[in-house]
Design a binder for this molecule. Structure first.
Ligand SMILES: C[S@@+](CC[C@H](N)C(=O)[O-])C[C@H]1O[C@@H](n2cnc3c(N)ncnc32)[C@H](O)[C@@H]1O
Length: 216
């Protein structure tokens, strides 16, 4: 059962056209800077066992997993087939608009870890996605939702565009807990800017993560 947390107004976005159109052309760009990506890869190294089956939901041509670790299986999902096909970490992939259909084509308890990077901010039905993630992640498996303070503004629902970083962390937590996830761990950290700016203390994309472990 999906428990509603957001109001209808909070789900609205400026560009309400089909998201598949926005993602029709591949974008072979990095959405997050080097400092953020390094911190995320470090987090994955700490948290994900090498034998894991990993679901990279809302993925693209990059997965941010440590290059030197071979996971048992990495399943990728996104909105652009060409981007996913270019992602060297994916063993399997599918395209699905989660704002149209939130049912994931995966068996109950079939993944050890589910990851979302810079994607949650585009979900108009995050409750249904969180409920599906609770279904497909195995007991004691993990969910890691990472994001920074950037977004495609017209494609993000009001709950994201109206809120600050703290609101984003708290909204994700509320949505997860309403579906039965336990209280997640929240990370909010500065990163160092890439290159010379970082050497003199310049900051990069701020790093936020919500980490939850599926109960038994
Ligand atoms: C900013 S990109 C981040 C991609 C990747 N996770 C990364 O770290 O570079 C946002 C991603 O969210 C996904 N996305 C956005 N809207 C979506 C939707 N309605 N349904 C499914 N996926 C969506 C797409 O896969 C898109 O590549």
């Amino acid at each position: 059962m999906v428990v509603t947390v957001l109001s209808d107004a909070q789900r609205r976005k400026l560009d309400d056209s089909d998201d598949s159109l926005f993602y029709a052309e591949p974008r072979f760009v990095q959405h997050l800077d080097g400092g953020f990506r390094q911190r995320l890869t470090e987090l994955y190294r700490e948290r994900l066992p090498p034998c894991a089956t990993v679901l990279d939901l809302m993925s693209s041509w990059v997965s941010h997993l440590p290059d030197d670790i071979r996971y048992d299986r990495v399943i990728g999902h996104g909105l652009n087939e060409q981007e996913l096909a270019a992602n060297p970490r994916l063993d399997q992939r599918w395209v699905q608009n989660l704002n149209r259909d939130q049912t994931l084509p995966l068996d109950d308890g079939s993944v050890d870890a589910a990851l979302i990077v810079a994607g949650w901010q585009y979900l108009q039905q995050p409750e249904a996605v969180a409920a599906e993630l609770l279904r497909v992640v195995r007991p004691h498996g993990q969910l890691i939702v990472a994001f920074s303070n950037r977004m495609f503004f017209t494609k993000a629902p009001q709950v994201w565009t109206d809120g600050g970083d703290r609101d984003h962390l708290l909204t994700i937590s509320s949505v997860l807990m309403a579906q039965g996830w336990p209280r997640p761990q929240l990370l909010a950290e500065d990163t160092r800017a890439p290159g010379p700016l970082g050497w003199i203390g310049g900051k990069g994309d701020p790093f936020f993560a919500v980490i939850a472990e599926r109960p038994q």
